[in-house]
Design a protein around this ligand. Sequence first.
Ligand SMILES: NC(=O)c1ccc[n+]([C@@H]2O[C@H](COP(=O)([O-])OP(=O)(O)OC[C@H]3O[C@@H](n4cnc5c(N)ncnc54)[C@H](O)[C@@H]3O)[C@@H](O)[C@H]2O)c1
Length: 315
Amino acid sequence: MKDSQGKILVTGGAGYLGSILVPELLKNGYEVTVLDNFMFRQNSLMDCCVYDTFSVVRGDCRDENLMAGLVKDNDIIIPLAALVGAPLCNQDITATMSTNLEASRLLARLCSKEQCILYPTTNSGYGIGEKGKFCTEETQLRPISLYGRTKVDAENIFLDRGNAITFRLATVFGTSPRMRIDLLVNDFVYRAVTDKAAVIFEGYFKRNFLHVRDVARVFLHGIEHFERMKDEPYNVGLEDANLSKIELCQAIQKHLPNFTFLEAAVGEDPDKRDYIVSNEKILSTGFKPAFSLDMGIRELIKGFNIVRNSVYTNV
Ligand SMILES: NC(=O)c1ccc[n+]([C@@H]2O[C@H](COP(=O)([O-])OP(=O)(O)OC[C@H]3O[C@@H](n4cnc5c(N)ncnc54)[C@H](O)[C@@H]3O)[C@@H](O)[C@H]2O)c1
């Protein structure tokens, strides 16, 4: 596929995942076009501009004319553009529906049968009422949050269309040029570095985690093995990181012994995430994550010496 079909459109390519994925695609010889509205004023793809094989379009994934022009020029589509996370989605329901769901429907309609789609969804809807059971791809996704519901509905649109792979990603961690500190591991390490303390709720709830560079690696794996992997969803997470929030804090404490955490009786997860995930299916295709949780924590500690929310404080 690499020699004959090397043109990739990445929508939302300037986001947290895209800013790691796009340079990797370019390094691997693909021609990449990014469409992004740069809603966070991020400059994360500046390093890519040196590549002749890189193009960037500032625009909206809901714009049918724009999308039609971009889609027809590419062999592979990676739709990352979305309003991401339950809190952001709850702030603007209309924009969430149009960006996460309607734009996915539009894309599925605009793509020809031959074009390949690789789509990331969230595994956050697993495990409701499944406590203690390993969730496989057969386990029904039943997200409660608007974010989770739009992602799962979009996943179904792409799988129903066919010629698509979907990756049900665990909660991603690690540094990226478009940094997100609202993701659980990143958030806890940020607090550990800056406040040396964190208050946690639902401390025994378990979740599954994955390094942002392994997300880029699994997309490359999916592109390279598309024919044998297509038309299926795959869970992607670290086998040895089905961890509770308390276990996560203990892992951070090993690197930052001065970090203390307390459990609070208040607070809840909008997606009620408490589940353990089996990644057997993706492992059986030959994919193996390369970045551990400990590597990510070490990297994040360094990263948070660079990135600080310091606009309204002198330190
Ligand atoms: N980070 C995770 O833990 C995780 C887990 C599972 C799935 N995902 C999925 O991966 C994708 C990327 O997530 P992320 O963590 O990089 O989030 P992000 O918020 O950093 O990236 C989203 C990108 O989309 C762009 N965007 C938003 N609305 C747009 C629009 N209307 N038109 C064009 N561009 C628009 C933003 O500018 C941003 O660059 C999303 O689809 C998300 O649902 C992420």
